[in-house]
Design a protein. Structure first.
Length: 293
């Protein structure tokens, strides 16, 4: 071995203290990962046990694996096929995504780009709604929709999305718009473009990372929403998947735990696939929105 090679090997060799810190760091991260993934692993193993073993058997892995719960889940519930519940969840989530992206982007454009009386007050009200817990509005909203005879429909679940009630996403779009030079708006105005043309033809294509980020978060939150469907939906044929899970517990307090665990895993599949497909855009959108402004 030459002297040059010996120096190169010595330069690449890290001190023992640095190697020990690296080992400890990775060991801690693996321990945290195990704690985070344990509930998911428990759900997987519970879906493969009998209902009695789920309660009485403390072992993580079942002695006898059964696929009965998944078979029953694919058959649906109360004569309603499984695909119907998936379609209900997809319909609510898709409408929520369209409404949230459209209303939040337009509202953010008005608050970030236009000058009109009361703009500061309106912006303050929008930001102040972030401090208002959603539980405070449950009873007033239910009374309003009940008086309008809109309960047992999807309207109470999605109408707020089209009215820019998600202040977080309005603020997200505003932060992104603040990073786009106003000279683009001025140049478009000189060419005779109005606000409609400026927003849809110039600014909206530039806001794609914010649009993707908003779409992913809205889709996941709407897909996993349980409280809204629990309050407003009564007909089982209209149930989304989270609301369907509650139906596995009957009025006598008997719960089909295995079926509930199997349906939980099936309901997670679209969310995981959606996240994996758009993960790159999600990270890009969060990073870009965070540095602009």
């Amino acid at each position: 071995m030459t002297v040059k090679t010996e120096h190169a090997v010595a330069g690449n060799r890290r001190p023992a203290s640095v190697q020990m810190k690296s080992v400890v760091w990775h060991a801690c991260m693996l321990a945290v990962l195990a704690v985070v993934l344990y509930p998911l692993l428990w759900v997987v193993t519970a879906s493969l046990k009998d209902n009695v073993d789920i309660i009485t058997d403390t072992a993580l892995w079942p002695d006898q694996v059964t696929w009965e719960h998944f078979g029953n889940a694919f058959d649906g519930l109360a004569g309603i096929p499984l695909w119907r519940f998936f379609w209900n969840s997809f319909l609510i989530s898709a409408l929520s995504v369209v409404g949230t992206v459209a209303s939040s982007a337009i509202t953010a454009y008005a608050l970030a780009r236009l000058q009109f009386p009361g703009r500061g007050l309106m912006l303050g009200i929008v930001i102040a709604t972030l401090l208002l817990p959603g539980q405070v509005m449950l009873i007033p909203q239910y009374l309003i929709f009940s008086e309008l005879e809109l309960t047992d429909s999807y309207i109470p679940l999605v109408i707020g999305k089209f009215l820019a009630l998600d202040a977080f996403f309005v603020f997200l779009f505003m932060q992104f718009l603040r990073g786009i030079p106003r000279e683009l708006d001025q140049a478009a105005k000189i060419d005779g473009a109005g606000h409609f043309r400026i927003f849809f033809s110039i600014l909206l294509p530039l806001m794609r990372p914010a649009v993707v980020t908003t779409s992913i978060f809205t889709f996941i939150w709407s897909w996993n929403d349980f409280m809204g469907p629990l309050i407003y939906l009564y007909d089982m044929e209209k149930f989304p998947l989270p609301r369907l899970l509650q139906a596995y517990s009957n009025s006598e307090g008997v719960t089909n735990w295995g079926g509930m665990m199997a349906m939980t895993l099936l309901s997670l599949v679209p969310v995981v696939l959606f996240f994996l497909v758009f993960q790159r855009f999600l990270i890009q959108g969060i990073a870009t929105s965070g540095v602009k402004g």
